[in-house]
Each structure stands twice: as structure tokens, then as C-alpha cells.
Design a protein around this ligand. Structure first.
Ligand code: KIV
Length: 271
């Protein structure tokens, strides 16, 4: 039986309610107006304007280069499209670590200039002061633990995190701290499913997983990966729902052929 309640507009409160009623939360990325309109219309609960835009939109190898201005540009395009989903915006690398006043200024710029509804920050106890300051300004914060791609040069690889007991214990402690501080939800990326379940069972805020198994409160994927627009990135956790790379390539090939052969435009396709 489905626990699905109709939410006209998803808020941070709706997400906590979804966890309490065991309705799973769906979350996908979007970075532009046209795509966000499709994602919102299809009923996704949370749209993440992720700093994965740095990879997917700009072609950078990591998420580190994307700037606050670029995130605001992407987020404001998304916000103009949505009618129902909650829009969460990533604070990019270098805009919140180590200086809580700078973190607050960055979060305020996101909220004022993009119209997003909440911000997401990567990390645990090391960014506690930044999270506190942002929350005290009335800005909802989503946490992000496990594989945190902004720290890729510290980790050295994108492999599964928290397989060792010490890191797993720290992650649980950080998750509890994020709940205590007042974060409304938490993303867990690429950690063992058993550990993710343990975290989800031990805190009351929703835990949204990516590569963290099915026993959490919701799932998030990068849209371009799940619709198969990208094709080089093939982690085990990714389910592809389309092969858009192939469909687009075929359509564009056909267009090129039609132009070359003067098939396009035909008599009906002109004035
Ligand atoms: O930037 C992003 O897309 C993310 C998700 C992978 C959770 O943070």
C-alpha cells in the first residue's frame, strides 16, 4: 500500500513528515529552466541544484571550480521553472569552509539572488560553526556526509567511504550532530548500506541516499546519469532509465543527413 500524500508544494516540513509516515523521498538534480520544468512536472519532491553542475554542465573533472555566481545562475534558472518541488542549492567549495561569517554571506546570496529554498553543505563537525550561523539566520540546511566530492583531493579516490569502523563511528556522530544543530535532512553518499540504515534509524530527520542502499528515507541521482545522457560514468549504484546519449546522437545524425541531402526543410517547413 502506498503512503503517498498529495503535497501541493514540498517544504522542509513535508520531508520530515514523509519520513515519519514512511513515504520515500525522491530527489534529482537540475541546473537549468527547461530541464527543471520537466523534473518538477514529473513529480520529483526535491530538486538539487548540485555543484555536480561543475562536471555535467561545465565539463570540469571535479566539483571544485564552480563559483558562487555560477551556482546562483543555475539555481535562479531552476527556481523560475518549479511549481511544486523543494529547491536545494549546493554551497560551492571555498564559500563556507573555515569561516562561518563567509558561509552566512554565501548562503544569504543564494537565498536572495536565486530564490532557492535551502542550502546543502558537505561535512560534519569541521563545519559546525558555519552550519550554526546559517541556521540561525533562518536558512534551512541539508547536510552531506560519506563521500563528499569537494574533499576529493583529501580522499584521493571516489571509492566507498566509511568501510572502516573509525570512520563509520565518526559518520554516525556527525549525523547526530547535524540533527541536533537543526538540519532538516541529510544526504549520505557512497557508504555501506548497513551503515546508512543505522544512521537513518538513529535520527529523526530524513536521510537521502546515493549509493547508500535502499533502507534510507529517499534517493537522489544526478539527472544526466539516470537518463543516460552521460555514458562514461558507470558506478554500481546508478540505474539508467533511458539511453538519451544514443537517442540524441541518432536524432542529430539524422538531422545532419537531412540537411546535407536537402531533405530538410521540405515544402511544409517553410514560409
Ligand atoms: O552535486 C550533486 O549532484 C550532489 C549529489 C550527488 C548528492 O551533491
Amino acid at each position: 500500500m502506498s503512503n503517498k500524500k498529495e503535497y501541493k508544494r514540498v517544504t522542509v516540513k513535508s520531508l520530515v513528515e514523509m519520513k515519519a509516515t514512511r513515504e520515500k523521498i525522491s530527489m534529482l538534480t537540475a541546473y537549468d529552466y527547461t530541464t527543471a520544468k520537466i523534473v518538477d512536472g514529473a513529480g520529483v519532491d526535491v530538486i538539487l541544484v548540485g555543484d555536480s553542475a561543475s562536471n555535467v554542465m561545465a565539463g570540469h573533472e571535479t566539483t571544485l571550480p564552480i563559483t558562487l555566481d555560477q551556482m546562483i545562475y543555475h539555481a535562479s534558472s531552476v527556481v523560475r521553472a518549479i511549481e511544486r518541488a523543494l529547491v536545494v542549492v549546493d554551497l560551492p567549495f571555498g564559500t563556507y569552509q573555515s569561516d562561518s561569517k563567509k558561509a552566512l554571506r554565501s548562503a544569504i546570496r543564494i537565498m536572495k539572488e536565486s530564490g532557492g529554498h535551502a542550502v546543502k553543505l558537505e561535512g560534519g563537525k569541521e563545519i559546525k560553526d558555519s552550519i550554526n550561523k546559517i541556521l540561525n539566520a533562518g536558512i534551512p540546511v541539508m547536510g552531506h556526509l560519506g563521500l563528499t566530492p569537494q574533499s576529493i583531493y583529501k580522499f584521493g579516490t571516489y571509492s566507498v567511504r566509511a568501510k572502516e569502523q573509525q570512520e563509520a563511528m565518526q559518520l554516525i556522530e556527525d549525523a547526530k550532530m547535524l540533527e541536533r544543530l537543526g538540519c532538516f535532512a541529510l544526504v549520505l553518499e557512497k557508504i555501506p548500506a548497513k551503515l546508512a540504515k543505522k544512521v537513518a534509524d538513529s535520527i529523526s530527520i530524513p536521510v537521502i541516499g546515493i549509493g547508500a542502499g535502499g533502507d534510507v528515507d529517499g534517493q537522489v541521482l544526478v539527472l544526466h546519469d539516470m537518463i543516460g545522457m552521460t555514458h562514461e560514468f558507470n558506478p554500481r549504484f546508478l540505474r539508467r532509465y533511458m539511453n538519451l546519449f544514443e537517442s540524441m546522437t541518432n536524432a542529430i545524425n539524422q538531422y545532419v543527413n537531412d540537411v546535407k541531402s536537402s531533405d530538410f526543410p521540405n515544402a511544409e517547413e517553410q514560409y
